[in-house]
Design a protein around this ligand. Structure first.
Ligand code: PLP
Length: 230
């Protein structure tokens, strides 16, 4: 029951943030981030109605994939190595962590083989942290243009992992910056590019992210509790 209660709570926080900012709650997708968590807990979230799951490791998606219903939409939200693309090309609904032309080429190659178009988000290191993956704001449009030429990739928007902060207000500017960047690039009307998705906000700051226009929030700890990496 705990997980279902947590999901209902997170959904309510999202709905309230939408109401405050004049948006519809249907415009925001909750992605349950399930890294390190056992499939029994994922099944509980599934039974509570969640269909979008986020994992940051290819290996973990592969381990869990066959043990769970196949109408789950798996979101790859962590750093992806080019040599691992082939394992998940037919399994994930979206890759949130595209951050180089080199990786885009690897995805293009594998998706061409199986004849599918992969929805991708460009990961932007908005706050310019040394420890984070992602392209800088100034490099983002260039990468969008490169990817737009690839027939088996579809750019759907932008993603960021905001800095770890104790006060979510400290990330408001980061979120609004990513939103503005999305609108700037959308205004370029690049062929084969849809700038609709803003993937931003985690357990500590998803409410603020929704107020700033998040379309997908990635929430782990607030649903499943703290992770145990031992
Ligand atoms: C782990 C992770 C999350 C979820 O973080 P929580 O603080 O547990 O909600 C979101 N996005 C990415 C990219 C992650 O790796």
């Amino acid at each position: 029951m705990q997980i279902q209660d947590n999901i209902r709570h997170v959904e309510q926080v999202i709905a309230d943030a939408c109401a405050r900012s004049g948006r519809s709650k249907e415009d925001v997708t909750l992605i349950a981030v399930t890294k390190t968590k056992p499939v029994a807990l994922l099944q509980e979230a599934y039974d509570a109605g969640v269909r979008d799951f986020g994992e940051n490791k290819v290996q973990e998606i592969l381990e869990k994939y066959d043990q769970l219903p196949h109408d789950i939409r798996w979101h790859l939200i962590g750093h992806l190595q080019t040599n691992k693309v082939k394992y998940i090309a037919d399994k994930v609904a979206m890759i949130h962590s595209l951050d180089s032309a080199h990786l885009a080429q690897a995805i293009e190659k594998e998706c061409a083989k199986i004849g599918r178009v992969m929805p991708v988000l460009i990961q932007v290191n908005v706050a310019d942290e040394d420890t984070k993956f992602g392209v800088s704001c100034s490099e983002t449009e260039g990468l969008v243009r490169v990817v737009s030429e690839m027939p088996h990739l579809k750019v759907c928007g932008l993603m960021t992992v905001a800095p770890y902060v104790t006060d979510p207000e400290d990330n408001r500017e980061t979120f609004s910056k990513l939103h503005k960047l999305l609108l700037d690039i959308a205004g370029q009307n690049i062929d084969n590019v849809d700038m609709n998705v803003l993937s931003m906000g985690m357990s500590g700051d998803y409410e603020t992210a929704v107020e700033e226009g998040a379309v997908m929030v990635r929430v782990g700890t607030s649903i499943f509790g703290v992770r145990d990496y031992r």
